[in-house]
Design a protein around this ligand. Structure first.
Ligand SMILES: Nc1ncnc2c1ncn2[C@@H]1O[C@H](COP(=O)(O)OP(=O)(O)O)[C@@H](O)[C@H]1O
Ligand SMILES: [Mg+2]
Length: 230
């Protein structure tokens, strides 16, 4: 289980996270929807530990990890724009976490077949389509055998038709892990295809919603109020 409680993060006067709390059970995918600049990436970076928070705590399976280093949190993280290593092959990218003593060669085959990457292992990221780069980024995060998975707009480069095909597959893969998953998007349709539960981020707050239609309403109101760009 992943729990965040009263997270606060400010950049100068800008309070990007203003007492954000959430809880995700194992095997559930919570999608956070929000406009650009609403603090979604900041929230994920605070949970990973890459970015220190000003207040609040992060718990994984009941353990307070707020003061642990990122590599000690057992979090799988797909950063925005995938951040693959272009000089490494797909295979080398996937097993990268071995350098930090994570993952095991036994898990490699399972991850490769789960994401249909068998024929691509000796290619470099630049030789792949956006869809396959997203698969590799997810495979790399899965290989580290995380207790929690965080994905920051992993399919932004991908066109709509392709997303409609990939999202149900990603959802199935993520459910198989039986860990809490936090998935970020600015696209309510994408949210609908991958999520079990939904929340909207705005004004530094996280608001739980029942359906993605509510996200459309809230985001429309935010755009009319002049916040960010959809
Ligand atoms: N290192 C930083 N220093 C100052 N402001 C930042 C920094 N990183 C992000 N911000 C600001 O914090 C807000 C939230 O950014 P971010 O979390 O990246 O939003 P999102 O991922 O929802 O687009 C934005 O207004 C952004 O300009
Ligand atoms: Mg972002």
């Amino acid at each position: 289980m992943l729990e965040v409680q009263n997270l606060v993060k400010a950049y100068g006067d800008l309070r990007v996270l203003d007492n954000v709390s959430a809880r995700i059970e194992n095997g559930r995918i919570l999608v956070i929807i929000g406009l650009n600049g609403s603090g979604k990436s900041t929230l994920l970076k605070v949970i990973t530990g890459i970015l220190p928070c000003d207040n609040g705590c992060v718990r994984i399976d009941g353990q307070d990890v707020t003061s642990l280093e990122p590599e000690d949190r057992k979090i799988g993280y797909v950063p925005q724009s995938t951040a693959l290593f272009n000089h490494l092959t797909v295979r080398e990218n996937i097993i990268y976490s071995q350098k930090n003593g994570r993952g095991s060669p036994d898990g490699f085959e399972a991850v490769v077949s789960m994401l249909n990457l068998r024929g691509y292992l000796s290619k470099k990221p630049k030789e792949l389509s956006g869809g396959y780069r997203a698969r590799v980024a997810l495979a790399r995060a899965l290989y580290s055998q995380p207790s929690v998975m965080l994905l920051d707009e992993p399919l932004t480069e991908i066109d709509h038709a392709k997303k409609e095909q990939m999202l149900p597959e990603f959802k199935q893969v993520l459910h198989q892990l039986n860990i809490p998953v936090l998935y970020i998007t600015h696209d309510p349709r994408e949210a609908e295809l991958i999520g079990d539960a939904f929340a909207v981020m705005y004004d530094g707050k996280l608001k739980t919603i029942g359906t993605t239609e509510e996200a459309f309403e809230i985001i429309r109101a935010q755009v009319l109020a002049g916040a960010g760009i959809a």
